[in-house]
Design a protein around this ligand. Sequence first.
Ligand SMILES: Nc1ncnc2c1ncn2[C@@H]1O[C@H](COP(=O)(O)OP(=O)(O)OP(=O)(O)O)[C@@H](O)[C@H]1O
Length: 243
Amino acid sequence: MTTTNHPIAISVQELVKSFDKVMAVDHLSFTVPKGTIFGLLGHNGAGKSTTIDCLLGTQAYQSGHVSILGEDPIKVRKKLFQKVGVQFQETAFQSQLKVKEICQITHSLYERPRDWQKALETFGLADKKQAFVSTLSGGEKQKLCILLAVMGNPEVIFLDELTTGLDPKARREVWRYLHLLKEQGVTIFLTSHFMDEVENLCDQILILKEGKTIARGTVQEVIEASGQKNMDEAFLYLMGEEF
Ligand SMILES: Nc1ncnc2c1ncn2[C@@H]1O[C@H](COP(=O)(O)OP(=O)(O)OP(=O)(O)O)[C@@H](O)[C@H]1O
């Protein structure tokens, strides 16, 4: 299958992944059209990260099928790496490196990278260029993670727990930036525990519970289907935790 004129950026069909007796992902299916923002939601342990790992080809699965840009991530990992950005958690960093060094190293990995100095400015990190990553605040590290995820000018980006640790101003800056990326045609797959974030960003959402889909659609559709007033209440209601 080729990647040209393929309206679907991400496809997951009947995905099954278990760890011993834990069914982490249970016959999960969804697609994400190109140029849209998709939110995968659910409590801790619902299966979100496992789904992302299967999609990125870093976790083998028992059955089903996944594809990114029409390709099997396990088979064409190197090629997809140039088109797919991933926000790693800050612990994946070599924190004895300076911000500038980690940017330069990441920059060198891509065929058509962004101007990293400009990106630092966009993320309000320009004055931290010479700082060691270990000295950054939690929020600054988080912004750096997002910056590194977009360094290769990806067509698809995976952002796991997007703005955890960011202050309200930084969260809004990140949201604005993601809207900008979407306008440029980038497909964004995110997980989040913040319903205001989900409402602001996501075109489509899917709520997972114990690896199974319990709701999907636009934010509005999910709120309406739940019979609740807003996304916060809809989420709790659907998770079986209505008050
Ligand atoms: N390597 C592993 N070995 C055994 N069980 C695992 C492993 N990775 C995940 N699990 C289990 O699979 C289930 C799904 O975990 P996963 O990390 O995908 O959840 P999550 O929705 O990403 O949670 P969080 O919001 O906390 O990141 C959990 O029950 C978890 O304990």
